[in-house]
Design a protein around this ligand. Structure first.
Ligand code: HEM
Length: 536
């Protein structure tokens, strides 16, 4: 009976979604006379523009709230210069975001990279992984990685290493709580856990390579230097980057040192596994068997370690924080199956998506909703008379670079507004009342179709929450991250009681990723009546 109601529910839902989706998609083919100039924007004083408002709102660290507020003022699509020369188009409508990521981004989706990283790459020529690649090089490598990390069945490669590593982590926490309560430095602990998980995945299940004392020290050092990359990049935001680099100021030196150390340690770790590849059955061995060159393995896998660290660490932290004062939800986790932990994670990422914004640069003239937007690259490329692929591969990495090329185009191409990065406001779409009823509340059951409590929540647009993005350039580590975090959360809840000790309100800051405004202090003690079959 329950099943048939469920199927009916699904049948009823599909056409409605399809209908709306087709409408948004079809709009890309109809004639459209509105342009970027017609997109709503905040009217303020000339020259200063919205700069003062931006600074007053908390500048970069509160960008997610500033943009959320602007969407509330101006609607789901608006444009703003945000202190730069070029207009950025912000979009929070879930159907438009979906259209952007599934239909408009082109064969080689291009995103904007953090400027300090781009400058580092340009200065020192370091070869980086998927996130930094473009054009054919990106597509070729992405296809290989998809096969191992995202396709059906890839769990087999991931499950063993993830479970073993989380189990060791829980064991360590059990020792720490043996004589009472324990307040760990969760940020550092979760950074280290994420790195241990990736290392385990690249080594594989039956690896005979055993970590020794030196290896332990190396991983701890690595974990700290990766953390420092994110901290120093954030400090550089808001400062004149090129001057900081030119005068070799401390802030630049700290950033450079953290990237130098992280990259060299990442390459050292992957290099070690490569030299022992015949004794392992992990990801590195699989790629090597597929004739992926050692150089490519080093740069792609080396970057995985960096990409995995902050994203999974902060998502785990936010999830535990949300659970810390929810005794009923913890009891539900203990009594229900693993699916429920999935809902917990979905809900936590809806409220705190570590990537609160996604960026795309349109490869061709496109219609987004009611507006016709000129290609971000196309005109520049045409003026330079080189192929779009070549341009992508060589140059496309930051707004700064595009602006430089816009300038080269001089007379033909004066208007930098033509270079229009589109920014999907993921934080806003996940917290919009039109997409999720009681949007500000942490209600994991909203993701469970069978939960009777869901009935009172009228609005539920599941694709309005896109923590891993969507489409060809979405997160390659999605399966791995979900496996790791759900395993971690269910083991922690099964084995420990925990409560939040912070007395002041914890808010979110944009520090590249969405991080807590102050250190979250959670106090752990053993949960004595842990059920036998789910505890370790
Ligand atoms: C909760 C954890 C995570 C979240 C929320 C997350 C989120 C994201 C998002 C939103 C993107 C797309 C960026 C864009 O479209 O511009 C992305 C890309 C990426 N992620 Fe993750 N990520 C997570 C964990 C991981 C892990 C564990 C890995 C390691 C394998 C990883 C590796 C990458 C890489 C390499 C890219 C770039 C892909 C490409 O450009 O083709 N991520 N991630």
């Amino acid at each position: 009976m329950k099943t048939s109601i469920l199927i009916m529910h699904q049948i009823k839902r599909i056409p409605i979604h399809k209908k709306i989706f087709n409408k948004a998609f079809a709009s890309n083919f109809v004639e459209c006379s509105l342009t970027i100039d017609d997109i709503p924007y905040r009217r303020t004083f000339p020259v200063i523009g919205t700069k003062l408002e931006f600074i007053a709102s908390g500048s970069g660290t509160k960008l997610h709230e500033y943009i959320d507020h602007r969407h509330k003022q101006l609607g789901p699509v608006f444009r703003e210069k945000l202190g730069g020369d070029a207009d950025l188009v912000f979009v929070s409508d879930p159907l438009l975001i979906r259209t952007l990521l599934l239909n408009l981004e082109g064969k080689y989706p291009a995103h904007i990279l953090p400027e300090p990283w781009v400058l580092y790459e340009n200065l020192y020529g370091s070869k980086r992984g998927l996130f930094f690649m473009n054009g054919e090089e990106w597509l070729e490598n992405r296809r290989i990685m998809n096969k191992h990390l995202l396709k059906e069945g890839s769990e087999t490669l991931l499950e063993g290493p993830v479970k073993t590593t989380v189990r060791k982590f829980i064991q360590k926490m059990k020792y720490a709580t043996e004589s009472g309560t324990f307040v760990p430095n969760l940020e550092s602990e979760f950074y280290r856990l994420s790195i241990d998980v990736i290392v385990a995945v690249i080594l594989g299940n039956n690896s005979t390579i055993k970590p020794n004392k030196d290896c332990e020290a190396l991983l701890t050092n690595f974990s700290e230097s990766v953390k420092k990359i994110f901290q120093t990049t954030t400090t550089l935001y808001g400062l004149p980057l090129h001057l900081c680099q030119k005068f070799n100021l401390k802030v630049w030196r700290d950033f450079k040192e953290s990237v130098d150390i992280s990259l060299s340690l990442a390459h050292k770790i992957v290099g070690e596994v490569l030299s022992n590849r015949h004794h392992s059955n992990g990801l590195v061995k699989m790629l090597s068997d597929e004739k992926v060159s050692d150089e490519n393995i080093k740069k792609i896998i080396g970057d995985f370690v960096i990409a995995a660290a902050d994203t999974t660490a902060y998502t785990s932290l936010w999830t535990l924080f949300l659970l810390s004062n929810q005794e009923n939800t913890k009891a539900e986790i203990r009594s229900r199956d693993k699916n429920y932990v999935n809902y917990i994670l979905k809900e936590s990422m809806r409220l705190y998506p570590v990537a609160p914004f996604l960026t795309r640069i349109l490869p061709t003239e496109s219609v987004l909703g009611s507006y016709k937007l000129i290609a971000g690259l196309y005109l520049v490329v045409k003026m330079l008379n080189i192929s779009i692929e070549m341009f992508c591969r060589k140059h496309i990495s930051s707004v700064h670079t595009i602006r430089k090329y816009s300038a080269i185009c001089g007379n033909y191409y004066k208007d930098v507004n033509n270079v229009t990065p589109i920014i999907a406001s993921i934080y806003t779409s996940g917290r919009d009342e039109n997409n999720f009823s009681e949007a500000e509340k942490f209600l994991p059951y909203r993701w469970d179709r069978n939960d009777p409590r869901k009935k009172k929540l009228q609005n539920h647009t599941s694709f309005a929450s896109l923590p891993f993005a969507l489409g060809a350039r979405s997160c390659i580590g999605k399966k791995l991250a979900i496996l790791q975090i759900t395993e971690l959360i269910s083991q922690i809840v099964d084995n420990f009681e925990f409560k939040c000790l912070n007395k002041t309100e914890i808010k979110a800051n944009t520090s590249q990723v969405l991080v807590p405004s102050t250190d979250i202090k959670l106090e752990f003690s053993r949960f004595e009546s842990a059920s036998k079959d789910r505890s370790i």
